[in-house]
Structure formats: structure tokens, C-alpha cells
Design a protein around this ligand. Structure first.
Ligand code: FES
Length: 225
């Protein structure tokens, strides 16, 4: 996103090829006051970048975009119901992973409450030094615009997860973590903290995850709007 006071309009990076999707995204961008660009043309940080997961090298592109533009909402889509591909996209940092037919509707929903095309913003969490050398749950808070959050360090990086179980609201961060999986202390549901995926019930839905950014020694969570 453009920083506060930046006169540049918000931008949307379009996929390289997919004429029908590109036409629909052009319409959505126009309605949101966004300028559409290709990935090569993008200057600064785009508000939104849309990735076709069925393109060659898409996961590598997703990782590059996530590192290059941590505050960009990366929306990935695929026409193929490939669970591994979708998980890979989530792990690569995509904020939205949907099937091709649902892309524009889901993206429109995510942008609906984003004033001025501002898709994402930062909310400060903690000093990175406080989590140095620790594993598992390294931070928790009740107080963010999206409610309680927990941050885990697993697989060599940190991940932010909503800190309430979708089954009956137990505090997930008090549950045990093994590998990338946290077990809810309420009734034993399990979730992958990297993707939010439900591994085991009784919960019947995933838990929400969020992107993190480190800047100047501070860890921020990246939130909608
Ligand atoms: S509250 Fe988490 S499984 Fe019931």
C-alpha cells in the first residue's frame, strides 16, 4: 500500500495471462479506484496482487511477492482442486486462496471495507528481540482490531493465528504445540498454525491466520483495511 500522504493511487497487480479474469479484475479495480499494472510495472507497494496458481513457477512467485511486498494482499486462484497447491500457496504467504470461479467475489468481499483501496494495514505486536531463540507460542494478546491473536515460531519463522478455537472459544495458545500443530485445550481439536487448517475435530472449520511483518525490530500483524 502507499504510505499515508502518498498521492499515488492504490494499485492492483494483475495475473500475466487469463483474459476473462483480467477483464473482471479491471472492472473491480475501476470500481475501487485502483490502477492496474503488471508485476513488472509495479512501483512501490501494490494494494493487491493477483496470482494464477496454475501458471509455471507460481509458488516461487508467491514467495517473492510476499517477501517483496509484505503489506500487499496477495490473492491466489486456481482452476484445479489441488490441495497441495493450495496449502503451498498459503504457506508461501498468500492472503487469499480460492478457486478461479470465486476469485472476484471473494476479493470484492475482502476489499469491501477497505477505505480508499487500502487493502491492508499494520498493527504493532511486540519487539522481535522478545521472541529471539524461542519456539512454539512466542506471543499472545487479547487486544487487536481483530481480537485475540497468538504468534508461533515453527519451521524457522513466525505465524499469527486467531487465539480462539472456532469450536467453543477456548484459548488456543494455552494448548500444546507439536511440529506445526496446536491442540486445543478445550476438546482436542487440532490446527496447523502455518495455514490455519483444521487437522482434527470436533471443530469443523479452520482458524484464521494473518501475515506478519518485521520492521525496525518490531513485529507487526498485517490486517484487512
Ligand atoms: S473449544 Fe476447541 S475443541 Fe472445543
Amino acid at each position: 500500500m502507499a504510505p499515508d500522504g502518498d498521492p499515488r493511487p492504490p494499485t492492483m497487480v494483475l495475473p500475466a495471462d487469463d483474459p476473462l479474469i483480467i477483464r473482471r479484475l479491471n472492472k473491480l479495480a475501476g470500481e475501487r479506484g485502483m490502477v492496474v499494472v503488471s508485476a513488472d510495472e509495479a512501483e512501490g507497494t501494490p494494494s493487491v496482487a493477483v496470482l494464477n496458481l496454475d501458471a509455471v513457477g507460481s509458488l516461487s512467485t508467491a514467495r517473492t511477492w510476499h517477501e517483496q511486498w509484505p503489506e500487499t494482499l496477495v490473492a491466489a486462484y486456481s482452476a484445479v482442486p489441488d490441495r497441495e497447491l493450495w496449502l503451498g500457496a498459503q504457506r508461501a504467504g498468500c492472503d487469499l486462496v480460492v478457486n478461479r470461479g470465486a476469485l472476484v467475489v471473494k476479493l470484492t468481499e475482502r476489499l469491501r471495507d477497505a477505505p480508499g483501496g487500502r487493502a491492508l494495514h499494520r498493527f504493532p505486536l511486540f519487539d522481535a528481540a522478545d521472541a529471539a531463540g524461542r519456539l512454539g507460542c512466542v506471543f499472545r494478546t487479547e487486544d487487536t482490531p481483530v481480537g485475540p491473536l497468538a504468534v508461533y515460531r515453527v519451521e524457522g519463522r513466525m505465524w499469527a493465528v486467531a487465539d480462539r478455537c472456532p469450536h467453543a472459544g477456548a484459548v488456543l495458545s494455552t494448548g500444546e504445540v507439536e511440529g506445526t500443530v496446536v491442540t486445543c485445550p478445550g476438546h482436542g481439536s487440532q490446527f496447523d498454525v502455518c495455514t490455519g487448517d483444521r487437522v482434527r475435530g470436533p471443530a469443523d472449520t479452520e482458524v484464521r491466520t494473518y501475515s506478519l511483518v518485521q520492521d525496525g525490530g518490531q513485529v507487526f500483524v498485517v490486517l484487512p483495511g
